[in-house]
Design a protein around this ligand. Structure first.
Ligand code: SF4
Length: 480
């Protein structure tokens, strides 16, 4: 009988794309993809390690899934992705009912790894099963009791639990089939890993150094996506615009992707400000398929903080990139990432970040408070530099208020525009559908579900401040 697999993904677009990759690998090895964990023989929780909160959420979720394993001792539970790489075998210690821990460079070996699991893992061996049940009864899922450890050691010794954690310097997952979850937009990773070493960031340690795919392979994949009728691609990379392969740089790759027949929209994320070049902006301005939208993470608005973060640019250099981008691409929508309460950030430095938001007036921003990640350089800053929780939370709440007000002002000024919307899904309000404009603004408007996947000209009639409401335009109205 065919085994059923369920993949549950947390985190960024790169991780969601990895989830699709794992599903593709499993499907090509005879697994049927389940839509609910209750129906699966194998559950993979594909995790994120960027913030502590995300990890706690995943640990809680894995603990919940243990309930299914108690009902079905043959169930295999795997934890994959950045958190699996970061915690490594400690995760097997912490969660004795987890059978597999696999980092982001191991997915090619997923079928073999799963094939080796299942004979004597805790929960499968009768004696060990008893141990696990006792452990759960007394302490709940995830609690380290002596009986659990004994069961776990026995399973490990028998090779029934696995940790696949090697970083592979050349693994780009070329030539593998991806199982796509959307018929509207497709993620295409063009780069994995990162060569920057921002002091707060775990990515270089869990995803290794930068690896760029061959342009021919990327273009083949985009051609297949277009042939399936998917009109939008999003090129992904940790610092996507540092892409380089032979004499191909990112600007050249972006232009080639934008010219693939059938592709009507191209986005990319996340670029690093230092790798924004005039050539890249020229492609954005000249190629009609490239969306007038740029996500440009700034992280902080003061040079001292930027230096301590090792972002490798100053505020003045960042502002020059913003100016250059706006001059090259008229009506560009800009978004950013900001981290407040980085260790040692003074009140004046924090205020400088608010000033930068007010000066640039981003269309959107992802705002976070600093989250310490073990193993990153920032955790070794002097203890007195770390900002107390309540002060950090207050800084976060204030920056959210400032940015929300700016965003609402910008969006109110855009009510009345006629925009082309690519419909992504049904909205929560009955009878409405939801989509995005070229400038990545979210719009809900009345329309049947059959519109999903189509481009509709929509007049923006109102805004909540963050998203828009609209009405399909009368035929004949032209998008400006
Ligand atoms: Fe992390 Fe910095 Fe690399 Fe982005 S550029 S992935 S923040 S190290």
């Amino acid at each position: 009988m065919q085994r059923k697999a369920y993949v549950e993904t947390y985190g960024c677009q790169m991780n969601i794309s990895d989830g699709e990759l794992m599903q593709g690998i499993l499907a090509s090895h005879g697994y049927v993809l389940a839509s609910r964990p209750e129906d699966a023989d194998v559950i993979l929780v594909n995790t994120c390690a960027i913030r502590e909160h995300a990890e706690q959420r995943v640990l809680g979720r894995v603990g919940e899934l243990y309930r299914l394993k108690r009902e079905n001792p043959d169930l295999v539970i795997g934890v994959t992705g950045c958190m699996a790489q970061r915690m490594g075998t400690a995760l097997l210690d912490r969660a004795p009912y987890v059978d597999l821990v696999m980092g982001p460079d191991g997915y090619r070996h997923l079928p073999e790894a799963l094939a080796g699991i299942g004979r004597l893992a805790p929960g499968r061996d009768r004696e060990a099963d008893t141990d696990v049940r006792q452990g759960a009864g007394r302490g709940g899922a995830g609690v380290q009791l002596p009986v659990l450890r004994a069961a776990q050691r026995k399973a490990e010794a028998a090779g029934a639990r696995k940790a696949v954690l090697d970083l592979e310097p050349h693994e780009n997952y070329e030539g593998l089939e991806v199982s796509r979850t959307s018929e509207v937009s497709a993620w295409v990773p063009v780069q994995r890993g990162c060569d920057y070493r921002c002091t707060y960031c775990i990515v270089p340690y869990v995803r290794g150094s930068e690896k760029n795919r061959q342009p021919e392979q990327v273009l083949d994949e985009v051609g297949d996506i277009a042939a399936r009728g998917i009109p939008e691609v999003v090129l992904l990379g940790q610092t996507v615009n540092s892409y380089r392969h032979g004499d191909w740089d990112f600007a050249r790759l972006l232009r080639a992707v934008a010219r693939v027949d059938g592709i009507r929209r191209v986005r990319f994320t996340s670029p690093h400000p230092n790798d924004v070049t005039p050539e890249l902006l020229a492609v954005m301005a000249e190629e009609p398929a490239v969306c007038r939208q740029l996500h440009l993470p700034v992280q902080a608005g003061h040079d001292r903080t930027l230096k301590r973060m090792l972002r490798r640019y100053t505020v003045a250099e960042y502002m020059a990139k913003v100016e250059m981008a706006r001059a090259a691409v008229p009506d560009l929508a800009l978004s950013t990432d900001v981290i407040v309460a980085f260790p040692g950030e003074t009140e004046a430095e924090y205020e400088a970040t608010l000033d930068l938001l007010r000066a640039v007036r981003f269309d959107d921003a992802y705002l976070y408070r600093y989250s310490a990640r073990d193993g990153t350089p920032a955790t070794r800053l002097p203890a007195q530099d770390f900002i107390a929780d309540d002060a950090a939370q207050a800084r976060l709440e204030r920056v959210i208020d400032v940015q929300r007000a700016i965003q609402a002002e910008i969006n109110r000024s855009e009510v009345g525009r006629l925009e082309e919307v690519l419909v992504e899904r049904q909205a929560r309000t009955a009878g409405d559908v939801l989509g995005r404009t070229e400038r990545n603004k979210v719009v809900a408007f009345p329309g049947p579900p059959s519109l999903v996947g189509s481009f509709v000209r929509v007049r923006l009639t109102d805004t909540t401040g963050a998203t828009f409401m609209g009405m399909a335009a009368a035929s004949g109205e032209r998008v400006a």
